[in-house]
Design a binder for this molecule. Structure first.
Ligand code: CUA
Length: 344
């Protein structure tokens, strides 16, 4: 098979995988919309949005109505005499009105927005809040739970908040390279992720489910390929997930050949697999790789076929991804993939 045919076959296989899985696994994910909030700061943001839309909506209706009136009332008629209508120069009343009224509107919008921002940002962090550090990278999200000893990528897991039992998550945002923007529309507002600066954002989801976020600041070729999937669990499910993630990597004797090969390659300079010699930090932690539903920050479902294609040549799935093709033979790709598949 020529390289071109191979590429075509691979693309067809990937398309098939996407088509068959998109309707099942991803069907549960809601459409990200600020008008469908499920978390405290997002409720407040919807209020501000409705308030702003209300005011600007009234302005739109008034301006449209006056425009329509002028167009119809003063349209050209068959018996027009062709003379200009009387021209009005200088009217302090009109000029004052169209200056003062917009200023008042802008001041009101500014004060209301500032009040909401202040209300969200000044809320102190409760001592028992879950702490997460998220590092934006080209082009994926590194996710750390410092107090729980968990490191993962691209898929944030948090507990749900119930009435009378709030379980907020406080996120510390950092960037390893360029400016990204952290945005999960249903959970909180946007927050820039800036190199050499630490920003904070908090969420308090009140309904279990899966929500998606997306980098909201152009950060390079794969800006659009920087999805963040947030799974909100019941307290018990979250505890179970955390226990599984804390465990060291599973050792499966049947994948020993792949593990040895992986350890002998440059893979371990960028990736960590806890409990092995792999301790790189440039790429995603692979200790529990197969617990994640996607590869490449949401660009494709994580399946044996897509994982193999990714190991063989990441650029075939995500052009621009910083992971190089390792130029492995077909057997080597099989072995490494077989090993990675054991990292449950
Ligand atoms: Cu990261 Cu856009």
């Amino acid at each position: 098979m020529s390289a071109r045919t191979r590429a075509l076959v691979r693309m067809a296989a990937l398309a098939g995988v996407l088509l068959t899985t998109a309707s099942t696994a991803w069907a549960k994910i809601e459409t990200p919309s600020i008008f469908a909030p499920v978390s405290t700061p997002a409720f407040a943001i919807r209020e501000v949005a409705f308030f702003t839309l209300g005011i600007t909506g009234v302005i739109f209706v008034v301006v449209s109505a006056l425009t329509a009136y002028a167009l119809i009332r003063f349209r050209r008629r068959p018996n027009d005499d062709g003379h200009e209508p009387p021209q009005v120069y200088g009217s302090p009343q009109i000029e004052l009105a169209w200056t003062v009224v917009p200023i008042l509107i802008v001041v009101v919008l500014f004060l209301v927005t500032a009040r909401y921002i202040y209300g969200i940002e000044r809320r102190p962090q409760p001592p028992d809040a879950l702490e997460v550090t998220i590092v934006g990278r080209q082009w994926w999200w590194e996710i750390r739970y410092p107090k729980l000893g968990i490191v993962t990528a691209n898929e944030l897991h948090v507990p749900v908040s119930a009435t009378g039992r709030p379980m907020p998550t406080y996120v510390t945002l950092q960037s390893a390279d360029v400016i990204h923007s952290f945005w999960i529309p249903q959970l909180a507002g946007k927050m820039d992720v800036i190199p050499n600066k630490t920003n904070k954002v908090w969420i308090e989801p009140q309904r279990a489910g899966t929500y998606v976020g997306q980098c909201a600041e152009y950060c390079g070729l794969q800006h659009a390929g920087m999805l963040l999937i947030v799974t909100v669990h019941s307290a018990e499910d979250f505890a179970r997930w955390a226990a599984e993630q804390r465990a060291p990597a599973r050792v499966d004797p049947s994948a020993a050949a792949g593990r040895d090969l992986f350890s002998s390659l440059a893979c371990i300079n960028c990736h960590a697999v806890r409990g092995t010699t792999a301790d790189g930090v440039f790429g995603p932690d692979l200790t529990h790789l197969m617990s994640r539903s996607t590869i490449g920050a949401g660009v494709i479902q994580n399946t044996p076929q897509t994982l193999r294609a990714w190991v063989e040549d990441p650029a075939s799935i995500k052009p621009g991804a910083l992971m190089p093709a390792m130029k492995l033979s077909r057997e080597e790709v099989d072995k490494v993939t077989a090993y990675l598949l054991t990292l449950q």
